[in-house]
Design a protein around this ligand. Structure first.
Ligand code: NIG
Ligand code: FE
Length: 428
């Protein structure tokens, strides 16, 4: 699909042939994403933006004498993290609603009174495009500085056909301003717009017959997402739009079984979605359906914590054979969370994932949730040269420290670009 950026796009300042050595260890998912492979004091070689070799340092170095050596200073090297679920294009925040929830109001009650998602829709609609674009670019840079080399961004706070197109254009423009890989998803069914009140069918028809073809024509997104929930859109409504999107060649994904069990995961399995996200209320049968259909289950611990929803137990997911990714869900309503690694650290504690599972969930599995697991999320030869040198020594430290471990440097397409030195405030 066209809305992905080329892996070979040259990056300013990129050296084309690098030996990353003097590591404490290099760790990577294997090619099938089944397990983590560890190379104590290993080395990795990038050439023309890709990994050409990974392994024991002495062997690797002897075969790449011409490469420019880069010293990892005895630190841990992993693939760049893959963030597979964010709603980063929005204005304002909802701290006041959060406060009301702390005092007892529910997410659904606030939404039913015209707040919630629609609060952010109004704030985003009132903000200038240039400001939304700049803010999104700053957010993407913040994610890169915390080790994410691939980031998914959803629209969703436009809600009307025109509003969604506006955000998708802003997403494309912002993505062009940053070096990281950006995956654009059109979240087309999120909340019923005020202007379509009483006209749900009309919205579905407009989206299917006008918006989807236009997104396709302008190459604005590679995937389509929906919020399947009692307070949002029904299984039938979601099925209709997703079928149309799939027919047009979009990858499809769903916000499923979050606030209540509603058939979202079963729909993801039925349609062959690339991921089903949230799943706090999913049953074992729902997870079994996802496993059978090869759908990644994306857990969003910040959203679960913020809404007081339970997260599944790692032992249960292991027994079911689930493939699990972890993401921030960054959004102003349910997940004002700005570090994927910290969300991984939360999931490790709240679900019981070990360090290996946590890393898989933020690399190979999350790449799979975007359909790009051949390209990113691991450091096997042929993969993109996207890697992080962390300011720690072992994989076990990644989900351990809070606040999370920081990167020393972040390679994208084999190039070690300067990171923003001061993290700018990225909320308005
Ligand atoms: O992923 N659940 C639906 N959408 C977002 C929240 C949106 C909002 O409250 O602004 C989520 O949790
Ligand atoms: Fe979400």
């Amino acid at each position: 699909m066209p809305a992905r950026e080329s892996a070979t796009r040259p990056v300013a300042g990129g050296a084309s042939y690098i030996l990353l050595h003097n590591t404490s260890e290099v760790v990577t998912p294997d090619l099938a994403g089944e397990k983590i492979v560890r190379f104590p004091k290993g080395a990795v070689v990038f050439q023309e933006g890709r990994v050409v070799e990974i392994g024991p340092a002495a062997d690797v170095a002897s075969r790449h004498r011409e490469a420019r050596p880069v010293n990892a200073n005895g630190h841990l090297v992993t693939p760049g993290l893959v963030e597979c679920h964010t709603h980063m294009v929005f204005a304002g925040h909802r701290a006041e609603e959060f406060h009301r929830r702390l005092k007892g109001e529910s997410y659904e009650e606030i939404a039913a009174a015209g707040g919630g998602i629609l609060t952010t829709v109004r704030a985003t609609g009132a903000e200038r495009e240039a400001a939304l674009e700049k803010n999104l670019a700053l957010r993407l840079e913040r994610w890169r500085a915390s080790g994410c080399t691939t980031v998914e961004v959803k629209s969703g706070y436009g809600v009307t056909p025109q509003g969604e197109m506006r955000l998708l254009e802003i997403m494309r423009a912002a993505a062009q301003r940053v070096p990281g890989r950006v995956h654009r998803t059109a979240l087309l069914l999120h909340a019923l717009p005020e202007t379509y009140r009483g006209r749900r069918e009309r919205l579905l028809e407009d989206l299917a017959t006008r918006t989807l073809p236009e997104i396709r024509r302008r190459e604005l997104a590679s995937a389509v997402d929906v919020f399947c929930a009692r307070m949002a859109f029904s299984v039938e409504e979601c099925r209709g739009l997703l079928l149309k999107a799939r027919e047009m060649g979009f990858a499809i994904k769903l916000h499923a079984d979050q606030l209540e069990r509603n058939g979202g995961a079963q729909l993801a399995a039925e349609l062959g979605a690339i991921s089903a996200d949230h799943l706090e209320s999913a049953s074992d049968d729902d997870w079994r359906a996802l496993v059978k259909a090869g759908v990644v289950g994306v857990l969003l611990p910040a959203a679960a914590l913020t809404l007081g929803l339970p997260l599944p137990d790692a032992g249960r997911l292991r027994a079911l054979g689930a493939r699990v990714a972890i993401a921030t869900d960054f959004n102003p309503g349910t997940a004002p969370a700005q570090s994927l690694l910290e969300c991984g650290a939360l999931a490790a504690r709240l679900c019981g994932f070990d360090a290996e599972e946590t890393l898989l969930a933020m690399t190979w599995n999350s790449a799979r949730a975007l359909g790009v697991e051949r390209e990113v999320g691991h450091l096997n030869p042929g993969a993109a040269g996207d890697a992080v040198v962390w300011e720690c020594e072992t994989m076990e430290e990644l989900p351990y420290w809070l606040p999370a471990v920081r990167p020393d440097c972040v390679f994208i397409r084999g190039a070690d670009l300067a990171l923003p030195t001061v993290e700018r405030r990225v909320w308005p």
